[in-house]
Design a protein. Structure first.
Length: 247
């Protein structure tokens, strides 16, 4: 941390699925080691920490059309609980050590350079399956709604936050629009022009049915970021995955 004015803590050792399989892993490797990271930042005189929290799991099932930063965080999954715990530790280090920080509750980012052989990210995982001629797995009926944001759009949202005083220390970052899993699958069919098989699996009990983020706080302060259309983002992602698969 020495010599670093800004630290971006965007690493997680778990996914929602792996954290649920072993909650202690999330506590030991994400929560505990984040506290160690924050201690190192204090020792090194770091000015500001940016933390990639979750906008998908942290609000929990509250049956709302969209979620704002002022809504209660009621996570029901170990992954979301861990992220909220880290947000609380950011407040603790601000109060006790003067370490300023910003928590970014990010929706469901997707796009190029996302590893499709991992267990997180519907779009890249499904596109890899399509490129390999394999069935696409769908959790539940396809009605589950998420807020998908193309990764380059997300980066353009983050960069204005860096190096200046902001009005808040917590921001929702996402597209502000919801797409069901069925709508995503239809987009994959349009882009790939492939009639792939879909296999349905049960939805995990800790998955929330609908999460769309209200980004009004961010837009009021930093303006509106032009967003990549869903099919265009899927196309860019598929082109890269297909190249890697055929290499």
């Amino acid at each position: 941390m020495r010599g670093q004015d800004h630290v971006f803590h965007f690493l997680s050792t778990t996914t929602p699925a792996t954290a649920e399989a072993d909650p202690t892993l999330d506590i030991r490797t994400n929560v505990a080691q984040t506290v160690e990271l924050l201690e190192a930042c204090v020792s090194a005189g770091t000015q500001h920490v940016f933390f990639a929290s979750t906008g998908g799991a942290i609000y929990g099932p509250q049956d709302k059309a969209e979620y704002a930063e002022t809504d209660r965080a009621l996570p029901i999954s170990p992954y979301g609980i861990g992220k909220l715990t880290i947000e609380h530790y950011l407040h603790y280090f601000q109060k006790t050590h003067g370490l300023s920080s910003t928590a970014l509750r990010i929706s469901n980012p997707y796009g190029t350079r996302q590893k499709p052989n991992k267990k997180q990210g519907l779009i890249p995982i499904a596109l890899r399956q399509i490129a390999l001629g394999r069935p696409v797995v769908r959790l539940g009926s396809g009605s589950m709604v998420r807020d998908y944001v193309y990764v380059e759009d997300l980066v353009r949202m983050i960069t204005p936050l860096v190096g200046q005083a902001t009005e808040h220390n917590l921001y929702n970052l996402g597209s502000g629009a919801g797409h069901s899993v069925s709508e995503i699958i239809e987009s994959l069919r349009r882009v790939t022009d492939t009639d792939f098989e879909v296999r349905e699996l049960p939805t995990p009990p800790t998955f929330v049915d609908r999460v769309v983020l209200n980004t009004a706080r961010y837009r009021a302060e930093f303006g509106t970021t032009p967003l990549t259309a869903l099919d265009d983002g899927v196309r860019l992602t598929y082109e890269e995955i297909r190249e890697d698969t055929n290499a």
